[in-house]
Design a protein around this ligand. Structure first.
Ligand code: AHM
Ligand code: MG
Length: 344
């Protein structure tokens, strides 16, 4: 029986990657291991969401002016509390918190920066639809510096991420992550009664071209003419280019992304003029777009803001929003060319 048949655990997998990197100190392994524990706690809570009285709005509004639901607050708290004491982080950033989250002075600090969206797709919580946690890890440029981290040190382009991934709480709980540089994208499924993530999707490759387009088409009237034409294009009948595409939209980025990662296709959240406070669409560059852009790139796909690679954008704010076109390389490259008037 080979190792795969008995099920490689996520811990074994991370340790194997650590052994293959002579520079590794184990700090990163500790960080990821603790994050996995946090995700298991969130997964357990998500799974019993219908059973306990945890649903419903807290009545608070988060810093993005959106209704916060209790499970978001819970997930945010679990990640912060579990990660702040491990000694590997110099700060964190969360979709639910306006400013950088400092490591309390009683705990040791490290060189890593953890950015996360604790519970993405929160509007789907109370209807039993998949939701997820997105994470992104950077290294502090000025390693060993014990002084307080400045926002400038955190605002690094996505290309600088040392790891990224997500947990999806769906029909099963799955973790997908990559450390980039050709190490591949790997997926692990939580075996609930055992409490372990087991390797289920080794070295995921996204198809070069897909058949699915994913977008909230209810925003059609708010898009510019070129974006409308792009979505119309995917719906046109043309056998030679495999059109029309099929439409699939869950409304949880993690779920939409994960499906397209496995099956191929393009996810779009374009800029729109629905809300003057959000002229660049809804999704956040550092907390949502960059981590998934790193995953898709490592899997052979591409992520663009409609003009160029997401991963090369110099962020100006922690909560900066950005248009997102992500998925199969050919589809996203086509969208980018189409939006700039170069195609078809
Ligand atoms: P959230 O982080 O507050 O949950 O918002 C992000 C979510 C994404 O998961 C999803 O892609 C998008 O919002 C859906 O937005 P819309 O309802 O406008 O289609
Ligand atoms: Mg989100």
């Amino acid at each position: 029986m080979n190792r795969k048949a008995v099920g490689i655990t996520i811990t074994q997998h991370i340790l194997k990657q650590q052994r293959e990197n002579p520079q590794a100190t184990g700090a990163f392994t500790t960080l990821l291991t603790e994050l996995i524990v946090a995700a298991k706690v969130i997964s357990r809570e998500v799974n019993k969401a219908g059973l306990v009285d945890i649903l419903g709005s807290t009545g608070e509004i988060n810093i993005q002016d959106e209704q916060v639901q209790k499970l978001d607050v819970f997930a945010n708290r679990v990640i912060i509390e579990r990660m702040q004491h491990i000694g590997q982080l110099c700060c964190m950033g969360s979709e639910e918190v306006a400013d950088l989250i400092e490591i309390p002075s009683q705990y040791p600090k490290g060189n890593y920066i953890l950015l996360f969206d604790p519970l993405d797709g929160s509007s789907n919580i109370d209807v039993n639809v998949s939701i997820g946690t997105i994470f992104s890890i950077y290294k502090r440029k000025n390693e060993g510096n014990q002084s307080e981290v400045l926002l400038d040190e955190v605002l690094q382009p996505g290309i600088e991420q040392v790891a990224a991934g997500y947990f999806i709480y769906g029909s099963s709980t799955i973790m997908v992550y990559t450390t980039g540089n050709g190490t591949g994208v790997h997926g692990f499924t939580l075996y609930p009664s055992v409490g372990e993530f087991l390797l289920s999707h080794e070295n995921i490759r996204i198809p070069e071209k897909g058949k699915i387009y994913s977008v909230n088409e209810g925003n059609y009237q708010y898009w510019d003419e070129r974006t409308r034409a792009l979505v119309d294009y995917f719906k046109e009948k043309d056998k030679s280019s495999g059109r029309p595409y099929t439409s699939r939209y869950v409304g949880s980025l993690v779920a939409d992304f994960h499906r397209n990662l496995l099956k191929g296709g393009i996810f779009m959240y374009p800029a729109d003029n629905k809300d003057p406070k959000k002229p660049h669409g809804k999704l956040r560059l550092m907390l949502e777009a960059n981590p998934l852009a790193m995953v898709v790139k490592e899997a052979g796909g591409y992520a663009s803001d409609g003009q160029g690679p997401i991963l090369e954008i110099d962020p100006k704010e922690l909560h900066q929003r950005i248009p997102l076109f992500i998925g199969s390389k050919q589809d996203v490259e086509f969208a980018e060319a189409f939006l700039s008037g170069k195609a078809p």
